[in-house]
Design a protein around this ligand. Sequence first.
Ligand code: C2O
Ligand code: CU
Length: 512
Amino acid sequence: TAGVTGCGALAGETTGEVLTTRAPRPEPFRVPLPLPRRLTPTRGPNGTDRLEVEQREADVEILPGLRTRIWGYDGTFPGPAFVARADRRTDLVVRNTLPVPTSTHLHGGVTPPGSDGHPTDLVLPEGDSAADWGPRGSHSGHASHHGGTDGWTFHEGERTYEYPLRQRAATLWYHDHRMDFSAPQVWRGLAGFFLLSDAEEEALPLPREERDVPLMLTDRSFEEDGSFRYPSLDPSLTGEPGVRDAYHSGVLGDIQLVNGAPWPVLEVTATRYRLRLLNASNARRYRLALERDGARAARFTQIGSDAGLLEKPLTHETLTLAPGERFDVVVDFSRFPAGSAVDLVNELGGDTDGMGRVMRFRVARRAKDDSRVPAVLSAPERIARRQSVASRRFDFRLTNEDGGHALWTVNGRPFSLDGTWARPRLDTVELWALSSDFHHPVHLHMAHFKVVSRSGRAPAATDAGWKDTVDVRPYETVEVLVRFAGHRGRYMVHCHNLEHEDMAMMANFDVV
Ligand code: C2O
Ligand code: CU
């Protein structure tokens, strides 16, 4: 077996290789923060709520004066922010007019298996048939090393995902999940927010409307003409190193985007704001802090985690976000005089030019504020170790496939369509130990969990609440108590570093 390059870097803070932008770098804090268009459901013919979206190409201005061809839901990046109500069945109709197949996963959704957005459950480009794409949903067929051709489903041009949404209010998101191609397809723009509310959340006096701001953090790199730069799967096409070789640890961009804009600025009043932070980057981790004139200036009051509101608010100096994680926080700008600039910084980004900063808040003026953060937010279900009926271990590790290419495995096996890694029973609790050789953000579909330990010690303060994604660091074992509530059927646990995911670091589990 050939050796894997870059092993020495596995234990460090890096989560990937930086891809250099060839276009002129924009000045930070010039572009106003864009807000994704909010889309509420219409009432469908059968009384269910209905959302419709089209995946299409569009040319947008991300870098000032240049055009970037994106693949976006409704032609925007991020896609529309869907605003839905818990316990109302909502259908999402997705039409695909892109040149490639797609699969849309509602990340954090408690969704029946047929609507979960499994990587092999594809919506083909409008006008194409399965015959155009081969049995594995790929023109070349080269990418799949995932077992047989059974288990693939093709919808021609359009499909409907059915979301029961029987879950608590939470900041969910949706993104592409096509087998072997999630990383390049999300990089091109296929991701958006799905904001789920319920009566409990709406009764709270939290900041609302223009003071409830979703922030999608992504890093990207660009070619000279403004198009996205991303390494090819097939180096022979470009003559440059391919993602499976030079970038197998992950692709890092060197331009920070928030809601699709480079280092944007948001004008705020001197009041409280609710910020819904989402790390939608392929591989980048963030340690976020708020600074003024280069010094820590404010703290985050965390009100929610991936899967909903916390029982009580927590305060943090910094927030670490691995890919896929969300933090719902309130920031109080009332202590800053009008005219101050408060920067959201990334303490892990400093090694790459400009990546130590994320965005700026400019405090414009005083304003009235009746919002507050109550001492008790919610009554989420409590869970204890003694409820666990089974213990399992999932080890996330790099190996080599034939030919020396990197292959990321779960318990020594790369993903295969016909295999299953576990059969938890519906309505039970299990203790899963997630261990790793690198930074692996581990995400479970359908089932939510609580972090109970990190390498034998207490979890971090920022691990609080019900979650669907957890930041597993090099040579760490994170224990999570998983509640399998919702649906029976096939789901997956995988690494949310999208390059690792595309290189087979996924495992099926069957809820029985
Ligand atoms: Cu957000 Cu299976 O992923
Ligand atoms: Cu990983």
